[in-house]
Design a protein around this ligand. Structure first.
Ligand code: PMP
Length: 450
C-alpha cells in the first residue's frame, strides 16, 4: 500500500529501511518520494519539492526522462547482461563516447559506483607503478575535506574525520594535505600566494615521504561534498607540474563535477589540465541506473597490455560493471546533454544563481559565496570577522525552512572538525527559468527569517 497510505509508509520505512547517514527524526521524517518530473519530485502525500540538489548531485538532466527509460528498456530486452570479461556493444559505444567527451586518449574501465571507480583507480595506479619497475610506489595523497567514497580504500582517501573515525583502522598508505580554502587564507596573503603555498604542501609531502614511495595524487577539480572549495588556476597548474616532475599519477575524481555540472564537460576542463586517470559516476547516467567509470590514459593502459598474461593483467573483476542497460542509458543521457545544450545552460543558470546570491552577501550569517558552474556553496558564519562557523542548529533550521516551502538544498562540511556550515545548491542543468527563480526567491525568503 505504499503510496496510498502515507502513515503506514512512514511506519514501514522505519521498520525496514536503514537510511544513508540520516537518523530517523520524529520532527522531520524523511520524505518518501513517489514521482519526479523535471526539477521536481512529488512525495506520497502529493507534496511537491524542487530538488535543488539533483538528488545527491546526480540528476543532471532532470527527472522523468522517457527517452532514458526507453534506452534501458530496449537494451534489457535485447541483452540484459553480459560480463566485461568479454564485451558488448553498449559498453564499446559508451567508452568511445566518453573518450570523445574527455578530449584525450583514454581507455575505460566500468564499475557501478563512484567508490568502486576510485578503488579501481587506486589499484591501477599501484599496479602501473609496478609494471614500470617502481615497486615501492604505493602511497596516495589527497586533501582534507575531500570525499572519495565509502568503501575502505575510497574512505581512506577521504579527508573528512566525521566519516572515518568509527571505522578505523582504514587502508594504509593514504596521506592528506590541506585544501586551498582561499576564504580562510592567512591575512596579508593573496589568493594566488595561498594557492601556491597549498600546492607546495603536496610537493613537500612527496619529498619527505620519499619520492619513490608515492603512487598518485587524487583530487576533485573542486571539493564538492567538503564545502565547494574552488582552487585558483595556479594551484591546478602547479599540482600537475609536481606530479609530472616526480612520476606521481594525477587522478581526478569527476564524480560530482563531471557531465556538465561545472559548465564544461568535465570539471578539470575548466583548468586545462590533463589527468592520468579520471573517475566518474553519478551524472554519467543522471542517477537513473548505477554505473561508474575509471578512464585511464592510453599509455598507462599499454604498460599493462605489453606484459605476459600472468604478470600484466589487471586482476580486478566487477560483475555488474558496465551493465548493458546502464551503458545504453548513459549514452542516451550524454546525447540529451548535447542536444539540449545543457552544458551552456549550466553556465547561464550558474551565473544567474551566483549573481542572485551575491545580492544577499551582506546577510550577517553569510561569510562566503562560491560558485563553479551550476554549483554554489554558501558558507555560514557566526561572525564575519572571526569567520567562526555557524552552528549546526542554524544550518539545519535554514534547510528545514526551505523544505517547508518545497525546496531541497544541501549541507556540507565536517561535523567532527566543527565545519558543517556550508549550504549547497546543485539543481538539475535542465532547470527552467521559473525553477531557478523559485529556488532563489524561496532561499532568500528563508534567509530573511534568520
Ligand atoms: N567521489 C565523490 C567526489 C563523491 O561525491 C562521491 C559520492 N558522493 C563518491 C566519490 C562516491 O560515489 P558513490 O556514492 O557512488 O560510491
Amino acid at each position: 500500500e505504499l503510496g496510498t497510505d502515507s502513515e503506514s509508509a512512514i511506519q514501514k520505512d522505519q521498520r525496514y529501511l536503514w537510511h544513508n547517514i540520516t537518523p530517523y527524526n520524529e520532527a522531520a521524517p524523511p520524505m518518501i518520494a513517489a514521482t519526479g518530473s523535471g526539477s521536481w519530485v512529488t512525495d506520497t502525500n502529493g507534496q511537491r519539492y524542487m530538488d535543488g540538489m539533483s538528488g545527491l548531485w546526480c540528476v543532471n538532466v532532470g527527472y522523468g526522462r522517457k527517452e532514458l527509460a526507453e534506452a534501458a528498456y530496449e537494451q534489457l530486452l535485447q541483452l540484459p547482461y553480459f560480463p566485461l570479461t568479454q564485451s558488448h556493444m553498449p559498453a564499446i559505444a559508451l567508452a568511445e563516447k566518453l573518450n570523445n567527451w574527455l578530449g584525450d586518449d583514454y581507455v575505460i574501465f566500468f564499475s557501478n559506483s563512484g567508490s568502486e571507480a576510485n578503488e579501481a583507480a587506486f589499484k591501477i595506479a599501484r599496479q602501473y607503478q609496478q609494471q614500470i619497475g617502481q615497486h615501492y610506489r604505493h602511497k596516495f595523497i589527497s586533501r582534507y575535506r575531500g570525499y572519495h567514497g565509502s568503501s575502505m580504500g575510497a574512505l581512506s582517501a577521504t579527508g573528512q574525520a566525521q566519516r572515518k573515525y568509527k571505522y578505523e583502522p582504514l587502508s594504509g598508505g593514504f596521506l592528506h594535505v590541506a585544501p586551498p580554502d582561499s576564504y580562510r587564507r592567512l591575512a596579508g596573503q593573496t589568493v594566488e600566494e595561498f594557492n601556491l603555498h597549498c600546492a607546495q604542501a603536496i610537493e613537500d609531502m612527496i619529498i619527505w615521504e620519499g619520492v619513490e614511495t608515492i603512487a598518485a595524487v587524487i583530487m576533485e577539480p573542486v571539493i564538492t561534498g567538503g564545502g565547494i572549495i574552488i582552487p585558483h588556476q595556479v594551484y591546478m597548474d602547479r599540482v600537475q607540474e609536481i606530479c609530472r616532475t616526480h612520476g606521481v599519477l594525477l587522478i581526478i575524481d569527476e564524480v560530482i563535477c563531471g557531465f556538465g555540472r561545472s559548465g564544461q564537460k568535465f570539471g578539470h576542463h575548466n583548468f586545462g589540465i590533463k589527468p592520468d586517470i579520471v573517475t566518474m559516476a553519478k551524472g554519467l547516467t543522471s542517477g537513473y541506473l548505477p554505473l561508474s567509470a575509471t578512464a585511464v590514459r592510453k599509455d598507462i593502459y599499454e604498460a599493462f597490455k605489453d606484459k605476459s598474461d600472468d604478470y600484466g593483467h589487471f586482476r580486478h573483476v566487477n560483475t555488474f560493471g558496465g551493465n548493458p542497460a546502464a551503458c545504453a542509458l548513459a549514452l542516451r543521457n550524454l546525447e540529451v546533454i548535447e542536444q539540449e545544450h545543457l552544458i551552456e545552460r549550466a553556465q547561464l543558470l550558474g551565473q544567474r544563481l551566483n549573481t542572485a546570491m551575491m545580492d544577499i552577501a551582506d546577510h550577517p550569517l553569510i561569510g562566503d559565496i562560491r560558485s563553479f558552474g551550476l554549483l554554489t556553496g554558501i558558507e555560514l558564519v557566526e561572525n564575519k570577522d572571526s569567520k567562526k562557523p555557524a552552528s549546526l542548529d542554524i544550518v539545519k533550521s535554514i534547510i528545514a525552512g526551505c523544505k517547508r516551502k518545497g525546496l531541497i538544498i544541501g549541507k556540507n562540511g565536517d561535523t567532527v572538525a566543527g565545519y558543517n556550515n556550508i549550504l549547497t545548491f546543485a539543481p538539475p542543468l535542465s532547470s527552467t527559468d521559473e525553477d531557478l527563480e523559485f529556488l532563489i526567491s524561496t532561499f532568500k525568503h528563508v534567509m530573511s527569517e534568520h
